[in-house]
Design a protein around this ligand. Structure first.
Ligand code: DC
Length: 210
């Protein structure tokens, strides 16, 4: 039996941590769809990539590409957000995501367009968000803990530029599905946010609360 949880939201909203915790709690498979765009963005870095060439990079992604350890850098995030508006790139990544969502035993996918485009029929949809300042503070800590040399003001500017690009593009823009539960984590600890999400899913998951 398939059971799909679609989680969307902006960068550093906590959606990845919440999705991973949900997957672990309920035994669902987990796909961070941002990694697909990051892996394509990384490959496209450094040359002026036309839509056809970018789509080819997307079609040729391998498991190794998704496992690269530098995909979470600010530089790669920027590159991902630039190739993400290309319709041919998005089209090349759809089938994989849809198949992943339908696997038996349940799946949770997080991204920007999961509840609206990839899995409009998902069993549970959530839009996880937080103020840009709170998100910038979280991401700044994460990046500096990993040794990246960056200021908090720079992270905030990057996040605001990325939000504008992700929400403002014509194709599959970042937006809460009309039937999504909006979870604002600005004033929540990650433990509280996970507990809230687990409660919502526990009410719908027919097998029980984990
Ligand atoms: O979730 P993330 O920060 O890893 O995503 C990186 C970029 O990839 C993000 O700025 C926009 C793009 N993306 C997208 O367009 N659609 C998705 N489903 C996931 C990510």
């Amino acid at each position: 039996m398939s059971f799909t949880v679609a989680i969307d939201g902006p960068a550093a909203s906590g959606k990845g941590t919440i999705s991973r915790a949900i997957a672990e709690h309920f035994g669902f498979a987990y796909l961070d769809t941002g990694l697909l765009y990051r892996a394509v963005g990384k490959k496209a870095m450094g040359f002026d990539c036309n839509p056809k060439a970018a789509a080819k990079l997307a079609r040729e992604l391998t498991a190794d590409d998704l496992a690269a350890d530098d995909l979470r850098s600010a530089e790669v995030a920027e590159a991902a957000s630039k190739i993400a508006p290309i319709p041919e790139v998005r089209a090349a990544l759809i089938a994989f995501q849809k198949t992943f969502a339908k696997q038996p035993g349940g799946a949770v996918l997080d991204g920007r367009d999961i509840g609206t485009v990839i899995c409009p029929e998902a069993d549970v949809k959530m839009f996880v968000t937080a103020s840009a300042q709170v998100r910038a503070h979280r991401r700044f800590k994460e990046l500096t803990d990993k040794g990246e040399a960056i200021t908090e003001a720079q992270v905030l500017a990057d996040i605001q530029a990325r939000d504008a690009r992700d929400a403002g593009r014509d194709i599959a823009p970042m937006v809460a599905a009309i039937d999504a539960l909006v979870l604002d984590t600005s004033a929540m600890s990650i433990t509280q946010a996970i507990a809230a999400a687990v409660d919502v899913i526990g009410e719908k998951w027919p097998v029980g609360n984990g």
